[in-house]
Design a protein around this ligand. Structure first.
Ligand SMILES: [Ca+2]
Length: 224
C-alpha cells in the first residue's frame, strides 16, 4: 500500500475519533460566603453570607452534539422576590445560557456570538432546589471561550455573587480588552479581559490525533 493510502487511513481515523463524542468539560468551583455587598456610596463589602444567591459551581460538559450546563447555588433558590440567577457558556460561535428571574421561571436559550444566523434552540431548563440544568444541541464551533455566572438580590443595598470572582466590579476583568470600566454586568459579551478560563481538559483532540498517527506508523512499519 502506498504512503498516500496510509495518509488517507490516518486522516479518516482521526476524523472518526474526533467526531465520536469526545467529552470536554469546564468546571468553575466558586467559594462560599463570597457574596459582594454594593453600598449606595459605590463601595463594596466582600465576604457576605447569603446562601440563596451564593453560587457554588458552574459545570459545562460537551459530549458529542450536546452541551449540558449546570448552575448550582448553595441555595435554595428564591423564586419570588427580587432575585435573579444567570450562567453563560461562551463558545467561539454561540452563547448557551440558563437563567431564572423573580417569577421563578427557569429559562434556557442560545444567542449568537458572531454575526451569523443560528438555529433557534429552546431546551427545557430544569429547576431544582439549588440547580438549574439545561441540555443544548450544540451549534457551530464549540470551543469554550469563557464560563461565568452570577446571582443577585436586587435591593438596597444590592447583593451579588460573581462567578468567578474576577467577573465582579472589583475583579481583574477590567484590565484588558475593550471593557471601559466597572460597569460590566456580566450580561454583555464584549469583555476580552484577562479572565478567560481555559478548558480543564485540553488535549483530548491532540491525544486522539497522536493515537491515530501512532497506529498509522505501526501499519507502515509492518509493511517494511
Ligand atoms: Ca459563591
Amino acid at each position: 500500500m502506498k504512503l498516500w493510502k496510509y495518509s488517507m487511513i490516518l486522516v479518516s481515523l482521526s476524523m472518526l475519533i474526533l467526531s465520536s463524542g469526545v467529552v470536554s468539560a469546564e468546571i468553575i468551583d466558586d467559594g462560599q460566603n463570597d457574596v459582594l455587598k454594593a453600598n449606595a456610596d459605590g463601595t463594596y463589602v466582600r465576604g457576605q453570607t447569603m446562601n440563596v444567591i451564593d453560587v457554588d459551581k458552574i459545570t459545562c460538559t460537551i459530549s458529542g452534539d450536546t452541551l449540558t450546563l449546570e448552575y448550582k447555588i448553595v441555595g435554595p433558590f428564591q423564586q419570588t422576590g427580587d432575585y435573579m440567577y444567570y450562567a453563560l457558556v461562551k463558545t467561539a460561535d454561540y452563547n448557551y445560557i440558563v437563567s431564572m428571574n423573580d417569577y421563578g421561571e427557569g429559562d434556557a436559550l442560545v444567542t449568537g456570538n458572531a454575526a451569523h444566523d443560528y438555529n433557534f434552540d429552546d431546551p427545557e431548563c430544569i429547576v431544582g432546589d439549588n440547580t438549574l440544568t439545561a441540555v443544548f444541541q450544540t451549534q457551530g464551533d464549540t470551543t469554550i471561550v469563557e464560563v461565568f455566572g452570577w446571582a443577585t438580590f436586587i435591593n438596597t443595598p444590592v447583593y451579588t455573587d460573581w462567578t468567578p470572582d474576577s467577573r465582579g466590579p472589583e475583579g481583574s476583568f477590567d484590565t484588558g480588552g475593550d471593557d471601559t470600566g466597572g460597569d460590566d454586568t456580566g450580561a454583555d459579551d464584549d469583555d476580552n479581559g484577562g479572565n478567560i478560563t481555559k478548558p480543564k481538559t485540553p488535549g483530548f483532540e491532540a491525544i486522539a490525533v497522536i493515537a491515530a498517527v501512532g497506529i498509522a506508523l505501526i501499519l507502515l512499519k509492518r509493511r517494511k
